[in-house]
Design a protein around this ligand. Structure first.
Ligand code: ZN
Ligand code: ZN
Ligand code: ZN
Length: 294
């Protein structure tokens, strides 16, 4: 039985699926079948800590956090700590549930880059969470590691629309390692670093927001350039080129936009991802980091 596991509790872009106000085919399908609901991208890490025992850390705190906690084993689990990649709405606004209107948590450590910590300290209602000691901000440095029990966590800066803060990815290193990188602007100038990270990760959860470059334009006449992400098609081409090292244990696309054909398992896009040896992340997936068995 694995003692350190990662459970997938969210696989959508910040707005989830179905997305408010949208009646595209994916959103319609999800509304008519709740099994197709997707929560904003998030992972739950379970591990024993010497001083606390069995603990749950969330990678990103999504606005669907309460429902996502209910996907976890145990009775009414709560987060013992949170790792934040950045402060776009789908990744941090779940912090509100730690405040006095909800859980009234005590000093839950929030591991984040210094500009993320500053954003939270300087802006309400997050500043109140800091003042009331519902959360305790833990600055983490890029290209350095910190420890969570027997795991070591690497922090890697990632190019992304940084209006308010920096963006980072996390690499959890136990007997097995796992990369979590839900948001990135693109591979230009970053492919080599990403390559190195993927090479050393047994599992990778990477930005699969759009399958095609023109997905958003087709739906809403909204230029995709406003929200840059590397389309999955391009990432697959890089993988096939060997620009990104292929000897990965498993690479999952996550952070899927509601427009993404990968939400439909019957789609040609889904088949292409499978043929390329990659996978589409789904909620409920459980990955052991201290052995192969589950
Ligand atoms: Zn996002
Ligand atoms: Zn939609
Ligand atoms: Zn973002």
């Amino acid at each position: 039985m694995s003692r350190i596991t990662v459970r997938v509790i969210g696989t959508a872009q910040d707005g989830g699926v179905p997305q408010i106000g949208c009646d595209c085919a994916n959103c319609r399908r999800a509304r008519s079948d709740f099994r197709r609901f997707r929560y904003p991208s998030s992972l739950a890490l379970h591990l024993p800590l010497p001083e606390r025992g069995e603990s749950t850390f969330l990678l990103d705190a999504s606005p669907a956090l309460p429902a996502q906690m209910d996907m976890l084993p145990g009775e009414a689990p709560v987060p013992d700590g949170i790792l934040l990649t950045h402060v776009h709405a789908g990744h941090y606004t779940g912090l509100q549930y730690l405040g006095k209107e909800y859980l009234s948590a005590r000093e839950v450590p929030v591991f984040c880059r210094p500009r993320v910590a500053k954003f939270l300290q300087d802006n309400e209602p997050w500043a109140t969470l800091v003042r009331d000691e519902n959360i305790r901000l833990m600055d983490v440095s890029a290209d350095r590691s910190f420890s969570l029990g027997s795991l070591s966590v690497d922090v890697m800066d990632v190019p992304h629309r940084n209006e308010y803060s920096d963006t980072c990815a996390f690499i959890l290193r136990g007997e097995r390692s796992l990369l979590y990188m839900p948001d990135v602007d693109g591979w230009d100038g970053f492919a080599a670093r990403f390559n190195a990270a993927v090479q050393t990760a047994d599992y990778a959860f990477i930005d699969g927001t759009f399958y095609r470059q023109d997905e958003l334009e087709t739906l809403r006449q909204r230029p995709t350039g406003e929200v840059p992400h590397p389309p999955v098609q391009q990432t697959l081409d890089l993988l096939a080129d060997g620009t990104l090292y292929p000897a990965r244990r498993a690479t999952y696309f996550t952070h899927l936009n509601h427009t993404n054909p990968l939400l439909n398992r019957e789609s040609a896009a889904h088949r292409r991802v499978a043929l390329a040896g990659c996978r589409v992340a789904v909620e409920g997936l459980c990955i052991p980091l201290d052995g192969w068995e589950t």
